[in-house]
Design a protein. Structure first.
Length: 309
């Protein structure tokens, strides 16, 4: 766990007046502030963006009441990064890999993309270390950039293979495990995900978490209600819309890199009673077929944009 002294050092190096600030409360985090009053808060632990607050004061993202912010466990909520493994189907013992359970290093900030309407951003880095090589023997660097635009939250996630040998491929699965706040997910008429899903292949982990059956989906909408929902939709279209129950919708758009969507609500299986009604997860992912990157500095790039529509 970092100290308030560390956040002070980050402020000296990276803070931008009225746009980017580092603070310490339990552990270190960065706050991005837009001129229109919107804000985003990103913890260095896991590089987890735990809130995206609109000018109205409403938060688009959700953090579960059992979340810890003392670096003792991955933060339960916001946008945890699943890397280099999604779920438990892979070589690592830890579900969803180690990226959400490690400290990321701030390496840069910006706010001058448009001087009249600056878009503050912060970039973090996670590099291979003795600790990561114990469980995943690759020479890699991840960068994760969060940009607070006037009407969007833009997230760029990149993975670089630093192996000197071109033929030493880096292989991983990954996801941005985005928790979106809902009014009442038990109301299937008001809270649902919608995209061009009809005739897409999907894996239903609610049936069997370890060996989910693969079927063809017969509609465009996913509802929640009083049931476990845990589906991986394969090779989807770029955008998914989540109706959150208030009349608003959140657009989750994958403009590069990501090829799957995971839709999840645990019902009463994982979180305190009734908490499941307050959120649904729509995750940008490469969840099943691994991404493979050759060595000598090749980079995989992804981008996700969130927008209230």
């Amino acid at each position: 766990m970092l100290s308030s002294n560390a956040s002070s050092l980050y402020n000296e190096k990276f803070a931008i007046k009225n746009s980017v600030e580092f603070s310490h409360e339990g552990s270190d985090f960065c706050t991005l502030t837009h001129k229109n009053g919107s804000r985003a808060k990103i913890y260095l632990f896991g590089a987890n963006c735990v809130s995206w607050i609109q000018p109205s004061g409403d938060d688009v993202l959700y953090v579960r009441p059992d979340a810890k912010f003392d670096c003792s466990k991955p933060i339960a909520g916001g946008i945890p990064i699943c890397f280099p493994q999604f779920g438990m189907n892979g070589p690592l013992a830890q579900q969803h890999g180690f990226a959400r359970n490690m400290l990321w290093e701030p390496i840069g900030t910006s706010a001058d993309a448009n001087p009249d309407d600056p878009e503050p951003s912060v970039m973090f880095s996670l590099k291979a270390s003795e600790e990561t090589r114990k469980v995943w023997d690759f020479d890699f660097e991840c960068t994760y950039e969060v940009t607070l635009r006037r009407d969007k939250l833009k997230i760029e996630f990149c993975v670089r293979n630093n192996a000197e040998d071109l033929l030493k491929e880096l292989e991983f699965t990954s996801a941005l495990h985005t928790y979106i706040e809902c009014v009442d997910a038990s109301d299937s008429e008001k809270v649902f995900a919608n995209g061009k899903l009809k005739n897409k292949k999907y894996m239903d982990k609610a049936v069997d978490n370890k060996n989910p059956p693969t079927n063809v989906y017969d509609r465009d909408t996913v509802t929640f209600g009083k049931k476990l929902v845990d589906s991986i939709f394969l090779n989807t279209e770029a955008e998914m819309l989540l109706s959150v129950g208030s009349g608003a919708k959140v657009s989750i758009e994958n403009t590069s890199g990501w090829r799957d969507f995971v839709i999840w609500n645990p019902y009463d299986t994982l979180v305190p009673i009734d908490t499941w009604k307050s959120f649904a997860c729509v995750e940008s992912a490469c969840a099943v077929t691994p991404v493979k990157i050759p060595g000598e500095g090749y980079v995989w790039k992804s981008e996700m944009n969130l927008q209230v529509v």
